[in-house]
Write a new protein. Sequence first.
Length: 120
Amino acid sequence: MSPHVRAVDAVRAGIGSALAIAPRAALRGLGEPPTARSQTVVRILAARLVGQAIAGATMSGDSRRRRLLVRADVAIEALHAVSMIGLAAAMPARRRSALAGGVLAAALAGLEVAGPGGGR
């Protein structure tokens, strides 16, 4: 791993890759039926995670651009976490997977803020 790759980008890439490769297993692990539609949703969310990881890993060392990236990442994760709370409330059948997605998003936002250049 390059010294310029942030830990949060490595975590995002790993989780996103795992979800893209095995959405069925992820859904089963959450007790969700692995329907074609739910697997597509998992793959879309996985692509977002991998895309964010690539953006972060390829960002130059410029501190202004890095701070902007951190703010954008935190905003994306916060919006995702809030939307998952709403989904959990609106769709009890999807509550477990929605809350898992919300917790993951909140944790990634926390890693962003706690990491180098975060929270400034």
